[in-house]
Write a protein that binds this ligand. Structure first.
Ligand code: HEM
Length: 471
């Protein structure tokens, strides 16, 4: 038996070779796994291809488990390693992880992507500039326009990420950066499409998967060439003008290299993968979150009105600054409710058990994948009454102050928890405030809003139009 445990972990029957993969609904695998929680409880086992997996659908248990050093690794998934190669940050071995997480966190703080950073105004201005550009697109002379915002959301987020990581935004007439953005998007698509390859690597011999892998490798190659060019440009400009205070991740890394930091970590290859990983982690999740926020605001006019009212009471006519968010309780609650009801990472990011660990009387053996089923945690009716109802008030206490329940984990938990939480939150706050101040959003005349979503690398909204009416 695979699971030698004090108590035997419950779970469904698994077929040889494919395990439980055949039962997962391709349109919503998180929904299939959530149904199993009702039958087997919040900790259960199954096999995904050849990978022994333990699904965790309880916040308290997940917090305990992911706080352990034995659960810090990432699973040896085929596509994941083809793309990330055990470097960068997402798949980095534990020995180098602490250093690279600290490096990125310090960098984000230096550029102002933190409430405690002295440079937060600079970062805020950068975000604001790109969100203002986004808003301009919908200011049609007719006052009212019905449009699918996804392309512009994508451009807005890529520009913010581009400035922070590369020191460049994605201008349509700059081939270098458009090549980069396009190929990064292709990689994200291929990661999503090639999902089954992670668990059944032999599928790579089938033509459709072979094609995906070939195009994935081609995109990775193009991205690397573009990055090389940008890194060279940055190196040249740093040789002309010395700087100790970086304004992009490339600069920060090159400064670290010039200070004689350990070469086995601070080398050009690692810089390529780090840029690549952080760009993907940054853009996919943030774009998807913007998409859901727009749809929920459009559907719930009363929520927009309450946000506008709060802005009027708290900041009146002045420009909202990051420091004001402390008092924008309802606005924060509305954003949190979107993150709960449409968890953009419904399976979180899986982790790998490197030595037997105990949880709730069960032993999870070495070489098991832990799948944090964030979707089920956020949809647990014992914690969130009528979870399919969109209700920002869940995140407010009796005095109308914003509260974060223990089982609210959009950025996961533990030692590998998302390092972009602060900047992502800052970006979402600024986005919501600017959009709500400029437009009344509504469903288009001809169709209701579709909240079902598509499971790609994240749980993304389906492309659809929204009505933007200038205020
Ligand atoms: C709404 C936006 C975002 C959401 C919902 C989100 C969510 C997540 C989740 C669930 C994880 C997995 C954590 C784990 O394995 O424990 C993660 C990891 C990560 N996120 Fe985010 N993220 C967001 C934005 C960002 C941004 C803006 C950045 C840019 C700095 C970022 C950088 C990362 C990195 C580097 C990791 C990997 C950490 C590691 O492997 O140690 N994320 N994120």
């Amino acid at each position: 038996m695979i699971f030698r445990a004090k108590k035997c972990l419950p779970g469904p029957f698994n077929l040889p070779i494919i395990g439980y993969l055949h039962k997962l609904d391709p349109a919503g695998p998180h929904l299939t796994l959530t149904k199993l929680v009702q039958k087997y409880g919040p900790v259960y086992r199954l096999k995904l291809g050849s990978i022994n997996t333990v699904v965790i659908a309880d916040a308290k248990i997940l917090k305990k488990l992911l706080a352990k050093d034995e659960t810090l690794g990432r699973p040896p998934l085929y596509i994941f390693y083809t793309v990330f190669d055990g470097k960068g940050i997402l798949s980095l071995p534990i020995e180098q992880l602490k250093d690279q997480r600290k490096f990125v966190t310090n960098f984000l703080r230096t550029i102002g992507a933190s409430r405690v950073s002295p440079n937060k105004k600079t970062c805020e201005a950068l975000i604001r500039k790109h969100v203002e550009e986004f808003v301009q697109v919908f200011k049609s002379p007719n006052r009212c326009v019905s449009m699918d915002p996804s392309e512009y959301v994508s451009r807005c987020v890529s520009n913010i990420a581009g400035m922070i990581l590369l020191g460049k935004s994605f201008s349509l007439d700059d081939k270098t950066v458009t090549d980069l953005a396009e190929n990064l998007d292709k990689v994200i698509e291929a990661i999503a499409f090639g999902g089954p390859l992670n668990f059944l690597p032999f599928l790579r011999f089938l033509p459709m998967f072979r094609k995906t892998l070939t195009s994935l490798k081609k995109s990775v190659h193009i991205i690397r060439d573009v990055q090389k060019k940008l890194i060279n440009e940055c190196q040249e400009s740093m040789s002309r003008v010395k700087t100790d205070v970086p304004t992009s991740l490339i600069q920060a890394f090159l400064i670290q290299m010039s200070r004689g930091s350990p070469e086995h970590i601070y080398n050009h290859n690692q810089l390529h993968y780090l840029l690549f990983d952080i760009y993907i982690a940054f853009t996919e999740t943030t774009k998807t979150s913007f998409g859901w926020i727009l749809l929920y605001l459009a559907q719930y006019e009363e929520v927009q009105n309450k946000i506008r009212q709060e802005l009027l009471e708290v900041v009146q006519d002045k420009t909202v600054e990051v420091d004001d968010f402390v008092n924008l309780h309802y606005t924060k609650a509305a954003i949190a409710e979107v993150a709960r009801i449409r968890t953009v990472a419904p399976f979180g990011m899986p982790q790998w058990v490197s030595a037997n660990v105990c949880v709730e009387g069960y032993t999870i053996p070495k070489d098991t994948m832990i799948m944090p089923l964030l979707w089920a945690i956020h949809m647990d009716p014992k914690v969130y009454k009528e979870p399919e109802e969109f209700r920002p008030e869940r995140f407010l206490d009796d005095n109308g102050k914003f509260i974060k329940p223990e089982s609210f984990l959009p950025f996961q938990t533990g030692k590998r928890m998302c390092i972009g939480e602060e900047i992502a939150t800052m970006i979402m706050y600024i986005f919501v405030v600017i959009v709500v101040k400029n437009f009344k959003l509504a469903p288009p005349d001809f169709a209701p809003i579709d909240f079902t979503g598509i499971t790609k690398a994240s749980l993304a909204p389906k492309p659809q139009e929204i009505m933007f009416t200038k205020i």
